[in-house]
Design a protein around this ligand. Structure first.
Ligand SMILES: NC(=O)C1=CN([C@@H]2O[C@H](COP(=O)(O)OP(=O)(O)OC[C@H]3O[C@@H](n4cnc5c(N)ncnc54)[C@H](O)[C@@H]3O)[C@@H](O)[C@H]2O)C=CC1
Ligand SMILES: NCC(=O)COP(=O)(O)O
Length: 339
């Protein structure tokens, strides 16, 4: 892959999880995996400790972001945050939340300042952050707020799971299932559909994206017999998006829209809630899919998996999804790489 001229900013993620492991493993295989350069925003002593635990020979260079490209071929560039964290694999400690959040903040600030090409986040243990007072459901929502704080008043963060065979977006994201019907509105679906269309064109270089919209209820409501939302909320959103010139179909029964022949009929699917989107995405490509945030003024990707506390520090975490996230971030930041 042609390398972007700027490095990517990678966040530490929860230090108790596998984020540090996959970043170290990926750097170790950077040539074989054709990775674009990145630097990690973390405590260098912590990363050195995790590398030793994993038995990896990863020389770490403490750098400023502007020195990352030069360091990349021989060292893992690490930009210190001035906050130390303990190396305790498997333990998600709310006491590390300030460092976890500082890493995200700095990655976004570097990208907004034009120092980094994009942000690649490592997984956070959400409950540990909530317990420390973090009020955002996840990265997606927090990044939207950071973008707005930096002046992008219209930033609308939209979660996309991107795998080799499926692009899929959950319209509602980190909310309890019982709140989905309350939160699902025609204007929300239209807004998400508009952002998806815009970023598929702008960042993924799909000229005329075909978008398939799932229904909420079994059989897309069975003509109103199995729920009113498909006819009264989803169908009007489909009509409104069509009136904007966007190629949409739906509401489609969700159970039959993710098999291979159905997927051939669209470029991206909109699902109505988290698991309706993430189950097909992770079933098809757990180790290859990437979580990207659309609707931001900067690029953000992430591996699709979580902190996997149970295997942190053991060497069994696979760095494939992290590597895919790094490669996709470089492409989205420089869509010319697609051509
Ligand atoms: N982007 C983010 O920050 C994300 C954070 N999470 C958080 O992660 C935590 C744990 O979530 P779970 O639902 O348990 O999902 P998980 O993805 O952490 O783990 C699910 C299963 O997959 C395995 N696994 C995960 N990644 C793997 C890898 N790279 N190689 C080999 N095996 C792997 C784990 O060992 C476990 O058996 C939660 O707090 C959740 O909120 C979850 C998804 C994304
Ligand atoms: N299940 C996906 C997930 O939780 C990722 O959320 P985010 O932290 O990327 O917003």
């Amino acid at each position: 892959m042609r390398a972007s001229i700027k490095p990517l900013a990678v966040t530490m993620g929860d230090p108790g999880g596998i984020g540090p492991d996959v970043a170290l493993l990926a750097w170790n295989e950077r040539v074989k995996r054709e990775l674009p350069p990145f630097y990690v925003l973390a405590d260098p002593a912590f990363l050195a400790s995790r590398a030793a635990l994993l038995g990896l020979d990863v020389p770490i260079a403490e750098v400023a972001p502007g020195e990352a490209l030069e360091a990349w071929s021989e060292h893992l560039p690490v930009v210190p945050l001035g906050m130390s964290v303990p190396d305790r694999p498997g333990i998600a400690d709310p006491g590390t939340a300030a460092a976890v959040i500082a890493s995200i903040d700095r990655a976004v600030a570097d990208t907004q300042a034009g120092i980094a090409a994009g942000v690649v986040t490592n997984p956070i243990q959400k409950k540990a952050l909530y317990d420390a007072g973090f009020t955002h459901p996840g990265h997606t929502e927090y990044l939207g707020e950071l973008a707005q704080r930096a002046g992008a008043a219209d930033a609308t963060p939209v979660m996309l799971l991107a795998g080799p065979e499926l692009l899929v977006v959950p319209v509602t994201v980190h909310i309890p299932l019982h709140n989905v019907p309350k939160m699902l509105t025609t204007s929300l679906i239209v807004n998400v559909g508009r952002v998806v269309h815009q970023d598929l064109v702008r960042r993924f270089r799909i000229k005329a994206p075909r978008i398939a919209i799932a229904g909420l209820n079994p059989h897309a409501g069975e003509g109103g017999a199995l729920g009113f939302e498909d006819d009264e909320i989803v169908a009007p959103a489909v009509a409104e998006l069509r009136s904007m010139g966007i190629d949409v179909q739906g509401p489609l029964p969700a159970d039959t829209m993710f098999h291979a022949e159905a997927r051939a009929g669209y470029d991206c699917a909109l699902a109505m809630y988290h698991d309706q989107a993430l189950i097909p995405a992770k079933t098809l490509a757990f180790h290859d899919a990437v979580n990207a945030t659309l609707g931001l003024p900067f690029v953000r990707t992430s591996p699709d998996h979580g902190t996997a506390l149970g295997i942190a520090g053991t060497g069994s975490a696979r760095p494939d999804s992290f590597a895919a996230a790094v490669r996709l971030a470089a492409v989205l930041a420089d869509p010319g790489l697609i051509e």
